[in-house]
Ligand binder design. Structure first.
Ligand code: GAR
Length: 195
């Protein structure tokens, strides 16, 4: 697959987005824009420092937000973005959005990181479920985004071992660190044409 201009979309604390920005900088291919849906995102400051266009778009709609999707498509068009990296982006993208964005491509060019070993635990709370169920292994998945929630073709999975007696907070810290490292590594692989 040929790599091209990309953007990052996030809704959370932004650690994955920051890891992607850092790797993009190291590879001299910065994202065309960063879009967040949450108030007070630390990514605003990072984007400013790095000179990356930054957009904050609130979403008050539960589930698919057509008006937000229209704004994203306008930005995609404006910046000629070919790849979207979802980094804790908590909106579900509609089938029509994916169809328009992926037009002419055999594989979805929207990439997501998900906090579970898919197909286990699609949806929210992957780490909490693995912790509560005392799963021996937990981890994250990086995948192409398709119409079916958290079920697109896998690109990478990293699995970690449960440590007896570990707190949920420590487990999540380990898990997030592994997400940040691997997502950045996957971006580098795309940039270098290895994926
Ligand atoms: C990450 O754990 C990511 O896997 C998850 O949100 C968190 C965002 O953290 N993504 C999803 O749940 C997507 N359905 P971050 O804001 O620190 O990158």
């Amino acid at each position: 697959m040929t790599f091209g201009p990309y953007a990052i979309m996030a809704s959370g604390t932004g650690t994955n987005a920051m890891a992607l920005i850092k790797m993009g900088k190291a590879c001299e291919v910065a994202p065309s824009f960063i879009l967040v849906t949450n108030e007070g995102s630390p990514l605003r400051e990072v984007a400013k420092e790095e000179g990356i266009p930054f957009y904050h778009e609130k979403s008050r709609v539960k589930g698919v937000d057509i008006s937000l999707e229209e704004k994203i498509l306008d930005l995609v068009d404006h910046y000629k973005v070919k790849w979207l990296f979802l980094a804790g982006f908590l909106k579900i993208l509609s089938p029509s959005f994916l169809k328009v964005f992926n037009e002419g491509h055999s594989q979805s060019q929207v990439i997501n990181i998900h906090p579970s070993l898919l197909p286990l635990y699609p949806g929210l709370g992957g780490y909490k479920k693995a912790f509560t169920n005392k799963d021996e292994k937990f981890g994250h998945s990086i995948h192409h985004v398709t119409e079916e929630l958290d079920a697109g073709p896998l690109i990478s999975q990293v699995s970690l071992n449960r440590i007896e007696g570990e707190s949920f907070e420590d487990m999540v810290e380990r898990a997030k660190q592994s997400e940040n490292e691997n997502y950045a590594h996957i971006l580098k692989s795309f940039i270098r044409g290895n994926l």
